[in-house]
Design a protein around this ligand. Structure first.
Ligand code: 5RP
Length: 267
């Protein structure tokens, strides 16, 4: 009984932390003059939408909300907010801000995302925003990616390429990469909103530039010890990989479209 009370208490603490982070993020980063807002996926984002709804229709009716997949689409609709699609955003225009969760956040605010299998659309929406706000509870903070989120880096792949991608990942030093199974009760692999599969690829904790500067590490080796940037560059080049769940500031989102490194992670 004592154990189950502790588990319940922990779960409550996590929910409180998510909610506080979401309300703080909306208070700090959703300015009333904004008109285009990205809404990510996962359980934390539910609180983001709750916080936005509490601003009232006098504020929110002037705003359009852009989802990162079917879950956030339903969330936006259920809250009675104005649902729009990134596919209709005119070329050259941007969202004012995008809010999303993460599975892990490192010292430099690089992220692992994709625990909910929405990473491809999440990255497109993040890259379309002037500001990307990561909303995360205390469990997500980690000094190096891979230390807290042990399931591996989510990688969205074309199903026919999955066996070959698995082989490449093993060659790169991933420890036991595997195709993510379907949700409980669903046979086979999980299928994303884009008709793809997800491979989860565990690697040893990913190094940061400061680790390389500090000395002995090279950050790119067959032993599977990589920097965030080097691994991201290598993964995205594997034929059949559609997108990867590493969200990293300088060389990823920013180069792709001028979007920002995450400006805030709350714990
Ligand atoms: C989905 C994601 C989510 O943002 C991430 O998994 C965090 O989810 P949660 O807020 O439920 O912990 O990347 O693909």
């Amino acid at each position: 009984m004592a154990t189950s009370a502790t588990v319940e208490e922990q779960a409550k603490l996590v929910e409180t932390s998510k909610r506080l982070a979401a309300f703080q993020a909306v208070k700090d980063y959703l300015l009333p003059e904004y008109t285009r807002i990205g809404i990510g996926s996962g359980s934390t984002v539910v609180y983001v939408v709750e916080a936005i709804s509490e601003l009232g229709s006098a504020v929110t009716s002037k705003m359009a909300f852009y989802p990162t997949g079917s879950q956030s689409e339903e969330l936006i609709e259920a809250a009675g907010l104005n649902l729009q699609y990134i596919s209709k955003l005119p070329a050259g225009q941007q969202l004012d801000v995008a809010f999303d969760g993460a599975d892990e956040v490192d010292d430099d605010l690089n992220l692992i995302k994709g625990g909910g299998a929405c990473l491809w659309q999440e990255k497109i929406v993040a890259a379309s925003a002037k500001q990307f706000v990561c909303v995360a509870d205390f469990r997500k903070l980690s000094t190096r990616l891979g230390m807290a989120w042990k399931k591996g880096i989510p990688i969205e792949v074309l199903p026919m390429a999955a066996p070959r991608v698995l082989g490449e990942l093993q060659r790169m030093g991933s420890q036991n990469p595997r195709i993510r199974p379907g949700l409980p009760g669903k046979a086979g692999a999980i299928v994303t909103d884009n008709g793809m599969w997800i491979i989860d690829a565990p690697f040893p904790p990913l190094l940061l530039p400061k680790d390389i500067e500090a000395g002995s590490q090279t950050g790119n080796s067959t032993a599977g010890v990589w920097t965030v940037d080097a691994l991201a560059d290598a993964l995205i080049k594997i034929p059949g990989v559609a997108e990867i769940g590493l969200f990293y500031g300088k060389n990823g989102l920013q180069l792709a479209s001028g979007a920002q490194k995450p400006v805030a992670a709350y714990f």
